[in-house]
Design a protein around this ligand. Structure first.
Ligand SMILES: [Zn+2]
Length: 473
């Protein structure tokens, strides 16, 4: 346990002595603790374990439902549900000491055990002092070497230490106590910040960010009731028209406000320009750069319908497919191309065409010439035969079937640096078996599927071919 410098110890002691918890604190803690609870459903009736209200709902076990009485949203569980450990709920209290901002960090811990809910008190574990950015934690916080942290609420505060965890600062996100902020900020540079309103509306605020960056756009966004956008004030100018600031015209403002949209949702709104919050939130799980590609060709509804129609929809695969079509200049206005029945199959088909295209016409022509030169070494014996590679198409097909990268040999083959042959069974001439590389009349590599080694029988065939045909050459 590291030793705390005297001057830091004095700060900690002074906080203990001079900073009292505000009047409304207990009430605030109680209200926050109540957010962790369950609703128990038996015979179609929901019972709120927080306020005791019973009500009907179609929602199922493990879905979330809002209690009509206390208005909290809880997970639904069965009556015989035994044990539920809720995530720690972080509470943040801002205060002022001399010329410093003091951020105090607490957690509430809640467990549900056989019908009973148990909330802890607010457990203090950390303090941040600004503007110096001193980070302290006490013995209640255990830092695991892999970066996970755990608060032990049943321990008494014995000692404080500086928080050093790699280069990370102590995270300050949590539910910020809102009721003292207006007074704290009076006659400071934050007196118009409106952060007290943000603290009331939002559950997860990093107050240290706002204390380190006092941006006028914060106030403006909060006043506009775009609370979630106020989490990234840097993104928004304060000057210019609505459209200039938000990248979308003002007719979208009521929609943005009503749904308290966040920055990701705004990006999707800007892209598809559809006032459908459910659809926007559905698309949030995909990368914006992917959505940008798709927005060129389809509207939001068509995209979502297509995604939902495909079970196990793979966005990366689909984006690859769209890119292949772009490269090959295939009509993307055509619905059949845009929304293929089997993405994987079409993907593979066009991938091959793109690979063939990528090597360039010269290389493709050289490969044909190489075949003409090497055709004379074609050989067959017992169940096997061996032929040189005829075209880029064949090379790509072989590499695909064999799952190895003979494709990279295309250039070397075209330039005469190596000779490439396919050894196959007579009964299945289209099916890859062994890919053979020859240099100076000798087999230097022979590989099966996934670069596997070949069996004795196959080896014997190649030896015979080398002796009878190649060496003769
Ligand atoms: Zn309730």
């Amino acid at each position: 346990m590291s030793y705390l410098k005297k001057q830091y110890r004095e700060i900690i002691e002074k906080i203990d002595k001079e900073l009292k918890l505000p009047k409304k604190w207990d009430e605030f803690v109680k209200k926050e603790a109540e957010k962790d609870n369950l609703i128990i459903k038996t015979q179609g009736i929901c019972h709120c374990k927080n306020c005791g209200t019973s009500f009907k709902s179609n929602k199922k076990i493990n879905e979330i439902v809002k209690c009509p009485h206390c208005k909290n949203e809880y997970l639904i569980k069965r009556k015989n549900y035994q044990w539920h450990n809720f995530q720690n709920r972080t509470l943040v209290l801002l205060d002022k000491l001399d010329s410093n901002w003091i951020i105090r960090l607490f957690v509430i811990q809640t467990v549900y055990v056989r019908g009973n809910i148990r909330h802890s008190n607010a457990i203090e574990y950390g303090r941040v002092v600004l503007p110096e950015d001193l980070n302290f934690v006490n013995n209640r916080l255990y830092c695991h070497m892999y970066g996970t942290e755990k608060v032990f609420g049943n321990q008494k505060i014995k000692r404080w230490r500086e928080y050093h965890h790699g280069y990370h600062r102590l995270p300050c996100e949590g539910k910020l106590f809102p009721y003292n902020l207006k007074k704290l900020f009076a006659n400071t540079e934050y007196q118009y910040s409106q952060l007290w309103t943000l603290a009331k509306k939002e559950d997860c605020i990093d107050i240290s960010y706002y204390l380190n960056h006092n941006l006028p756009s914060t106030e403006l966004l909060i006043k506009m009731k775009l609370y979630k956008l106020a989490f990234c004030p840097k993104t928004f100018n304060i000057k210019g028209s609505f459209e200039k600031r938000f990248g979308i015209d003002k007719s979208y403002y009521p929609f943005m406000k009503k749904n308290n949209i966040d920055i990701e949702e705004l990006d999707i709104l800007k892209l598809f320009k559809r006032k459908n919050i459910k659809a926007i939130r559905f698309l949030k799980k995909y990368r914006l750069d992917h959505l940008k590609i798709l927005a060129k060709y389809m509207n939001m509804d068509k995209l979502i319908n297509f995604i939902k129609r495909n079970s196990n929809f793979d966005m990366d695969l689909y984006i690859d497919y769209i890119r292949f079509l772009e490269i090959l200049k295939i009509d993307l206005k055509n619905k059949k191309n845009l929304f293929p029945d089997d993405i994987k199959e079409e993907h593979d088909k066009y991938e091959m065409q793109v690979q063939i295209l990528e090597v360039g016409e010269d290389t493709r022509n050289h490969i044909k010439q190489r075949y003409n030169e090497l055709e004379k070494y074609t050989f067959s014996h017992n169940q096997y035969f061996i032929v040189p590679a005829k075209s880029m198409e064949e090379l790509v097909d072989e590499s695909k079937q064999q799952s190895h990268c003979v494709r990279n040999y295309a250039k070397l083959y075209a330039e005469g640096e190596c000779d490439l042959y396919f050894m196959r069974e007579k009964e299945t001439p289209k099916q890859s078996l062994v890919t053979v590389e020859v240099k100076n009349g000798r087999v230097v590599q022979s590989r099966g599927r996934f670069n596997s080694n070949i069996n004795t029988k196959q080896k014997r065939f190649l030896n015979l071919w080398q002796k009878k045909v190649l060496k003769v050459a």
